[in-house]
Design a protein around this ligand. Structure first.
Ligand code: HEC
Length: 182
């Protein structure tokens, strides 16, 4: 079995045991990703890095509701609205302190998340992350204590400056949770 296949089986088993519906739904449902920017040097690696390092919490297709963590699918792109907000994504502890030490590889992973999962939330003309940007911003990793405040600040910026939906104030749209419970 390929490594990603093993991971999928493992995730499905964990999901079944824990009764985590979104992961199962994400595996069975066909959810196409957007075309990825050419700046991603290795799209296959970027996708498997996401599955391995992030998908367990955020869902393999970026769908995590109703778990109390932010849904990435069709939402994460709003953080590309302002320089501070895009830096925020790099400064998140799980990203800044990632065991991926190669900054181009981490930029590829972030570009996969933003452009592959972010859908229509990515503002037009958004430039992909570069290795230089990731190298710079990951030095300023946020502490767990400041996350909530920082997120609120960048969400308000995106609502004001990029017309992000006010539902971004929540970690996931209520409709996503309702759909799963039904
Ligand atoms: C242990 C679970 C967990 C893992 C693993 C994880 N995250 Fe997160 N992520 C969270 C939580 C919880 C938040 C909310 C803020 C916080 O506490 O960091 C978050 C916030 C985010 C956000 C901000 C989205 C928003 O709407 O605020 C992004 C983007 C993100 N994570 C991407 C990633 C990526 C990329 C990886 C893999 C390198 C990753 N996360 C790994 C749990 C996780």
């Amino acid at each position: 079995m390929r490594r990603s296949a093993v991971l999928r089986v493992a995730l499905a088993a964990v999901a079944l045991l824990a009764g985590v519906v979104p992961v199962v739904r994400a595996i069975s449902g066909a959810l196409p990703e957007r075309p990825l920017p050419a700046a991603i040097t290795d799209p296959v690696l970027a996708r498997s890095d996401y599955l391995e390092n992030c998908g367990g919490c955020h869902g393999i297709h970026g769908l995590s509701a109703p778990a109390q963590l932010p849904e990435l699918r069709n939402r994460v792109g709003w953080f590309m609205c302002t320089p501070g907000a895009r830096a925020y994504l790099v400064r998140l502890p799980n990203i800044a302190h990632s065991r991926i030490s190669d900054n181009q590889q981490l930029a590829d992973l972030l570009n996969f998340v933003v452009f592959g999962l972010g859908g229509d939330s990515v503002p037009p003309g958004t430039q992909p992350y570069t290795a230089a940007e990731v190298t710079r911003e990951r030095q300023f990793a946020l502490s767990a204590a400041s996350l909530k405040k920082e997120r609120a600040r960048y969400v308000e910026e995106a609502i004001r400056m990029c017309r992000a939906p006010v539902a971004m104030r929540l970690l996931f749209p209520q409709a996503a949770a309702d759909k799963i419970r039904r």
